[in-house]
Design a binder for this molecule. Structure first.
Ligand SMILES: [Zn+2]
Length: 135
């Protein structure tokens, strides 16, 4: 997979996060045969490691790139299960919730699920009730 195809994947993911008018930046990492792609000028340094095989790992900004690179080397992927982002109840595609994609939302069921890499885990409540979070 070439860089343009990888950027297409990244765009799908970021569009799914509700971003618009953003620019993608990338950096090649030959050690893991992957590109790290992120949104320019985003406050947090999160991004996506997308391998030449098209599999990818979403990197939360809670850890730095090297942490995620290690996870990637261990074989951790965000899309290693095609059912990953489907609702357990109705089978619809789930949406990523901003800002960190740690919560997934089913529009049809109006339910939220926790995003545990590789698995959509138990139902959760609306994630942003914290008064300190002004999203
Ligand atoms: Zn559903």
């Amino acid at each position: 997979m070439n860089l343009e195809e990888k950027k297409k994947i990244a765009k799908q993911i970021y569009d799914g996060l509700g971003l618009n008018n953003y620019n993608l930046e990338n950096e090649r990492d030959d050690e893991i045969n992957a590109d790290f792609i992120w949104v320019s000028n985003m406050r947090d340094p999160g991004g996506i490691i997308i391998g030449d095989d098209g599999n990818y790992l979403l990197c939360q900004s809670s850890h730095d790139f090297y942490y995620w690179k290690d996870e990637y080397k261990k074989g951790i992927r965000s899309n290693n299960n095609q059912e990953f982002y489907k609702c357990h109840i109705c089978g619809e595609d789930l949406m990523f919730m901003m800002p960190d994609a740690m919560t997934l939302y089913c529009k049809k069921c109006d339910k939220y699920f926790k995003n545990n890499y590789g698995d959509v885990s138990e139902e959760t409540s609306y994630p942003y009730t914290d008064k300190n979070a002004d999203y």
